[in-house]
Design a protein around this ligand. Structure first.
Ligand SMILES: Nc1nc2c(ncn2[C@@H]2O[C@H](COP(=O)(O)OP(=O)(O)OP(=O)(O)O)[C@@H](O)[C@H]2O)c(=O)[nH]1
Ligand SMILES: [Mg+2]
Length: 247
């Protein structure tokens, strides 16, 4: 099996952190888990420390303040690169992503072989559970727009459940990745694909969080649409931002 680091970013996930870590450890017992907590005021970081003290496969990276999902993931990726992991997983802490899909996603990454396997809601077999119609429509049409604008073949570019080959992430540092907000996911998928990497989608059922508060709001959607438009247009006039090599 590929040496795998599962990165779990957390901000105020005190209720979810124990169950999600337990489910990840059961699903992929050989993988290491890194919680990246941005100083959650609800004490998530302290709970993660307890879990790490009891399990050599779990560790925690404490960041001083909330800097967004992208910054947290980039620090997790840097750890994976420094420690020579073959694969890095992105997964939400809130239970929306089922760790039970990870063995299939990692097997696909290794044997296809692929540079990125996306746990996808918008391919045959994929689904969303407990989402209101409006949110479903926003995700669907936003993804259709991104696919068209970026001339991508990916159906779920905003998905946050993924497995990367670590080699595809080299060079993707703060200087290269411009997104602060949630379009971080779109940017990363696009960059791996644009660099010639193989991107595959594995159907998943996304389950809306049951506890904790959603951080989703209109500003996030507006930011993503604006950025996707700028990227798409700059590619059309031949001024795409620096490409990264996939291997
Ligand atoms: N370290 C860190 N983690 C974050 C930050 N913002 C969000 N997260 C985590 O990123 C994951 C995804 O965030 P969510 O709030 O679930 O976002 P979402 O799934 O788009 O929306 P909802 O589930 O509806 O809130 C969760 O594990 C969050 O705890 C942040 O600024 N720093
Ligand atoms: Mg969520």
């Amino acid at each position: 099996m590929m040496r795998t680091l599962v990165v779990v970013p957390t901000y105020n996930e005190a209720e979810s952190i124990r169950p999600i870590i337990a489910r990840i450890r059961t699903a992929v017992p050989d993988a290491d888990v890194l919680v990246v907590d941005d100083g959650s005021p609800d004490g998530t970081g302290g709970i993660a420390d307890e879990l790490a003290a009891a399990d050599a496969h779990v560790s925690v990276l404490h960041r001083a303040r909330k800097e967004g999902l992208g910054a947290a993931y980039l620090q997790g990726f840097a750890r994976a690169i420094d420690h020579d992991y073959d694969a890095v997983v992105e997964i939400d802490a809130d239970g929306s992503h089922d760790p039970g899909e990870l063995p299939a996603m990692l097997a696909l990454l290794e044997s296809a072989p692929a540079d990125l396997v996306i746990g996808s809601r918008w391919v045959a077999g994929g689904s969303v559970v407990n989402w209101p119609g409006a949110r479903r429509a926003i995700s669907r049409s936003g993804n259709r727009y991104a696919r068209w604008m970026l001339r991508s073949r990916i159906h779920d570019m905003t998905a946050g459940f993924r497995a990367y080959r670590t080699s595809a992430l080299r060079g993707l540092d703060r200087a290269v990745v411009s997104s602060q907000g949630y379009c971080f996911q779109v940017e990363l998928a696009w960059r791996v694909e644009a660099a010639g990497g193989t991107v595959l989608e594995h159907p998943i059922a996304f389950v809306e969080r049951e506890t904790g508060r959603s951080k989703m709001h209109a500003g996030i959607v507006a930011e993503a649409l604006a950025r996707i438009t700028v990227w798409g247009l700059s590619t059309r006039v031949g001024r795409a931002p620096g490409r990264v090599s996939a291997r």
